[in-house]
Design a protein around this ligand. Structure first.
Ligand code: S3P
Length: 184
């Protein structure tokens, strides 16, 4: 079961606070894959926090960095990659994401609000009403997230391990059937 993906990367997409990092680490462990997080890679490369990059260079610059980091990691194998919530906004990023299996963690806004109420690390959420902001972002992004290979609809009471099991159960249904080498 753990080798079922045969090295294919897994990309976790979804809103800020949807659980990409927590679930991604569990999934990587189960698959015996490496875990990577595009935001962390950006912070490591720039020696700046995401907040600093947005404040000093702006969102457009951040999106360029995100695009470059994704291009790089898409050349790796055997990785679970937690992506930033806005990675789906750039059309070009989809060509990289499609190198692997794309899993959307579809987490309700009410759950995101609870998780992000005290958060100070997401520059897009620092001003205004949190629920309004999240609801607007979800409305803008929903049709993009829906392009994932696999949608995991998350319920408020689910634990990360339960979500992991749900993913592991659904992965086989999304794999292309193997062509039998002996067929001809
Ligand atoms: C963003 C999500 C963040 C980070 C940046 C922008 C977004 O990542 O990339 O603050 O546009 O949704 P997480 O989804 O890991 O919080």
């Amino acid at each position: 079961m753990e080798n079922i993906l045969k090295g294919l990367n897994v990309y976790l997409i979804g809103m800020m606070g949807s659980g990409k990092t927590t679930v991604g680490k569990l999934l990587a462990k189960r698959l015996q894959y490496r875990f990577l997080d595009t935001d962390c890679l950006i912070e490591n490369v720039t020696h700046k926090t995401i907040n600093q990059i947005f404040a000093e260079e702006g969102e457009t610059y951040f999106r360029q960095l995100e695009n470059r980091i994704l291009a790089e990691v898409s050349t790796y194998i055997r990785c679970v990659i937690a992506t930033g919530g806005g990675i789906i906004l750039k059309q070009e990023n989809w060509s990289y994401l499609h190198h692997g299996m794309i899993i959307w963690l579809d987490t309700p806004a009410e759950v995101l609000v609870q998780r992000l109420a005290e958060d100070q690390t997401r520059p897009l959420l620092q001003k205004g009403d949190l629920l309004d902001k999240l609801t607007n972002l979800i409305a803008q992004r929903q049709s993009l997230y829906q392009q994932a290979d696999l949608t995991i609809t998350i319920k408020s009471h689910q634990t990360p391990n339960e979500i992991l099991e749900q993913i592991m159960q659904l992965i086989p249904s999304k794999l292309k059937p193997e062509i039998d080498a002996n067929l001809n």
